[in-house]
Design a protein around this ligand. Structure first.
Ligand code: FES
Length: 370
């Protein structure tokens, strides 16, 4: 049994901690209470008032202004750069790697890092006002591989999304499980622009990934999902007679869109698709690309497995995509080739180097990083 003295001590400690918690939460509230602030955009051509306290990226999104972001606001993509002429406060260490000295001089900041604490004066490229948000419904949710799902969305009746093959959309989750806030992530569109009332994505499950776990374990066919876009400058330039496309894993998604769009439009450039995967269970859309190769003389498909399963049939390339690219283009004129890459930063760096070694100008190598 507890003595009276012990109980008194416990009660007074509990009382003190309750009071401390109250003081801290009141102080936090006070500190984060920035009141109503004015956001002025493009020399006052758009102005609105908001409650301060959120990031600029989130505040703009709530006001239907969608700034590109591939990392969901974690300061790892650098896509949310904006000119903030006043009200941004000092530059943060998280922003530094993404801003050149010239950009800093011209007031560029990362919208995901800057908090709205007072009146702000911004400049936003006009084309970003064309980006729209859609509430789409999940028409198909299917396994492409053991860890990649096809998500096919249908836009609301009468709505269309005009995008260029290769671009991406932002995908918003709803709160689920221990995730109390909605989050968003960028995913490349894998379908063709001609199908304007549908969007397809190939989404790979990332261990502990908030959005990919949502897609793989929470989302169901028939659910509503919010997407915004289109974003990005990864699209076909068409300035050379040959294009090398290289993708790994779900990096195949924007390349599929580019290839199907080029075929639909009758583009005659030679297209070489190198698809890197680990083993047979990581391959998808094989039938589609093999059929295209048989049907179109200008399309060539080279799947490469780094660790093929010896118990499964495989007569394709073994190893990474780099050696076949080197072999196939060692005698080519690099100035006549464009490269289109999509994959992890390590994949991009290594394939990019291979292409540069082949004499392809780096200004002709376009990439989509995830
Ligand atoms: S959203 Fe990626 S760096 Fe800001």
């Amino acid at each position: 049994m507890f003595s009276m003295q012990t109980l008194q001590t416990v009660f007074s400690i509990t009382g003190i901690s309750v009071i401390l918690t109250l003081i801290i939460s009141l102080a936090e509230k006070k500190l984060n209470d920035y009141g109503i602030v004015k956001i002025s955009i493009n020399e006052g051509s758009r102005e609105f008032e908001v409650e301060g306290g959120q990031t600029l990226l989130g505040t703009l999104a709530e006001n239907k202004i969608f700034i590109p972001s591939a990392c969901g606001g974690k300061a790892t993509c650098g896509l949310c750069k904006l000119q903030i002429h006043s009200g941004a406060g000092p530059l943060l260490p998280t922003e530094e790697p993404y801003l050149t000295p010239q950009e800093r001089e011209n007031d560029f900041r990362l919208a995901c890092q800057v908090k709205v604490k007072g009146d702000m004066v911004l400049e936003i490229p006009e084309e970003l006002f064309n980006i729209k948000e859609f509430i789409a419904s999940v028409e198909v949710l299917d396994d492409l591989t053991h860890d990649i799902k096809l998500v096919r969305l249908k836009l609301p009746e009468g709505e269309e999304v005009k995008f260029k093959a290769g671009q991406f959309m932002q995908f918003y989750t709803k709160p689920y499980g221990k995730i109390k806030e909605k989050v968003f992530r960028a995913y490349s569109i894998s379908s063709v622009p001609s199908e304007q009332d549908h969007l397809e994505f190939c989404i790979r499950q990332v261990p502990d990934g908030v959005c990919t776990t949502y897609v793989h374990t929470v989302l169901e066919e028939g659910d509503d999902v919010a997407v915004s876009g289109p974003y990005g400058d990864f699209y076909y330039r068409g300035d050379t007679p040959t294009m090398i496309l290289a993708g790994a894993g779900s990096g195949l998604a924007p390349l599929r869109s580019l290839i199907l769009d080029n075929i639909e439009k009758g583009v005659t450039a030679d297209m070489y698709l190198y698809f890197g995967a680990q083993s047979q269970r990581d391959l998808y859309y094989m039938d589609l690309f093999q059929e295209l190769e048989e049907k179109y003389d200008n399309f060539h498909f080279i799947p490469c497995l780094s660790q093929p399963d010896p118990n499964e049939p495989w007569d394709g390339e073994v190893g990474r995509v780099n050696p076949p690219i080197q072999r196939d283009f060692k005698d080519a004129d690099g100035s006549q080739i464009e490269g289109y890459l999509c994959g992890s930063p390590a994949f991009l760096a290594s394939v990019r180097q291979t292409m540069v070694d082949l004499g392809i100008p780096s200004s002709q190598i376009y990439y989509d990083e995830f």
